[in-house]
Design a protein around this ligand. Sequence first.
Ligand code: ZN
Length: 104
Amino acid sequence: MEMREITANIKKALLEAGYNNNLSVTRGKGTACMWVHVKMDVPRHENCSCGEPDEYGRRETCDKCKDKFRAVYNTVNQVATLASGRGGLPYENQNILVNIGWAN
Ligand SMILES: [Zn+2]
């Protein structure tokens, strides 16, 4: 598969899996051109009890959000790896970088 197809397949699979929050799937530049960068925002858990932001905007993350974050990270890696056609061990050595952050 060409890189253009790989990034398109990954984006399609993630959208179909419901991950559409500021999702971007791009390829690296130059010598990193075989790398796929997946970025998206994750809404906090519906029963979130994270702390209020401090004066620097930092928030303590509640256990529900920690669990959700890990689950989303793992699922996104698995979906992206499958869609890339690169196979092998689950999201190891597949040159796919998943970078997720809180949406709120
Ligand atoms: Zn929370």
